[in-house]
Design a protein around this ligand. Sequence first.
Ligand code: DGY
Length: 429
Amino acid sequence: MTADLDAVALSILKDNDLGGYTIPTKGLYPYQWNWDSVFVAFGFATFDLNRAWTEIENLFEGQWADGMVPHILFRKNDPSYFPGPGVWGTKTEPFPTSGHSQPPVAATAVRDLLEMSSAADNIARAKVLFPKLMDWHRWWATYRDPKGHGSVAIVHPWESGRDNLPDWDEPLSMVGTEGVGEYTRKDTSHVDPEMRPKKLDYDRYMAILNAGKSVGWDARKTVEVTPFLVADPGITMILLRANRDLLVMADRLGFNDDKAEIESWIAQLERGLESLWNPAINAYVTRNLRTDVMGTGVSSASFLASYAGVTDPKVIEPMQAHFDRIAGAAEYMLPSYDPAHEGFEHKRYWRGPVWAVVNYMAARGMREAGDLNRAEKIRHDTVRLIEKSGFAEYFSPVDGSGAGGKSFSWTAAVWLAWATPSLAANKAA
Ligand code: DGY
């Protein structure tokens, strides 16, 4: 079974490889997505280190002059996706892109690739990417902390990568949809609409997109005009982790002059994370920066605390209690949203389903922090899900059924990089 699944995972990555960049899945997502590509690189690195580098190098071909790395790179037009390049209206070269970013996992992957080989070429490739990563992380620090809390603000739910998280409902309820007009979704022609965001969500997504477009996605003006400005614990923790990895690379690669700046970003994000702690539920949650209303549910991103390097028992112990409680209620960990919350829906995208990539990050952090049992529980559940339902986009935490797109690149990639029982480390576990 394991050998077969390894082979299937490999063939999914090869099939979705359009020549130096990898699409998440055919039909539903026919372009290069930012964090998808980075997880794909973790997968390629298990059998082709050169190809892993290329994936990330090509992602940075889409980097904007201000440092932002966009969430979609529209390398060639494909009418199977909405909203495509014409809707975003960006005028970027050498190809159009979307107008905002996505969780910055890349520095963590680049550090991993760097550590896989001490060959001169390997070090040289990390050296080329390092200043580009600096520019991207500086963009977050400069433009995405408008209130000075230190946390990362997003301007669109799509930027979080967790599009329809129940915690976005409150800030989204303030987004007017007048003027959005008619449009035709494509996602629901590929996937059961019950597994996707609802029409009202999409109307609001389009209204927010139109606001960013109206100011040409200028970084500062977009933050001013967007009707959705929310601090996201997911990006805050992923960026905090990525900055720690960037600091290690600065040392290793000789970029010593950059260290103080990276340290200042780390301090900023550590302070920001404190502003996202909701004492009413004892977890890191979202915070609407227009109203100061905090999210009310434990999400899978709340479990990225150890991944972000948080060691404070006042955080870790309540999170462990949440983990054990949720593990008692759900058949498969980690649900993307608390099954005890009224917003939970087990098959609707980010309102409950398990996502292998979040499992990977959360378990990686827990293992690094010495919480081996919980880390292994997450990995084992990921294996059970993939054995039961294949390389789906996401999975029901209730019955383990696959949902969303099929033959999904990042699910295949994290299988190869982390979950598969054929990895020596996992055989011993
Ligand atoms: C989609 O189209 O569903 C994506 O999540 C947006 O990035």
